[in-house]
Design a protein around this ligand. Structure first.
Ligand code: ZN
Length: 86
């Protein structure tokens, strides 16, 4: 999971832990006849550029990216940060 940036339009290769941001996402896997679903954590990485404007979220059971929305005073809005396509 850490071989490339999670942003599909980026795909930067992972080289160093110091660059970008790692997200730990918990997954549940149900196995027939085994009772409780098993929990495990997978790591996902966003490169330095993508981590400035995106975060990793779970949406409809899929791990994906979403723009970071800044906390602004009431009445003010800002568009989500766009990451340029390489
Ligand atoms: Zn990236």
């Amino acid at each position: 999971m850490l071989s490339r940036c999670l942003n599909a339009s980026c795909g930067a290769p992972f080289h160093f832990l110091e660059e970008g941001r790692i997200f730990n996402i918990e997954h549940l896997v149900a196995t027939a006849g085994r009772g409780e679903p098993q929990r495990f954590v997978k790591q996902y990485w966003l490169c330095g550029l993508c981590s400035q404007g995106l975060k990793v979220v779970v949406e409809n059971g899929c791990v994906t990216t979403q723009p970071i929305h800044l906390e602004l005073p009431a009445g003010e809005t800002v568009e989500g940060t766009r990451v340029p396509v390489a």
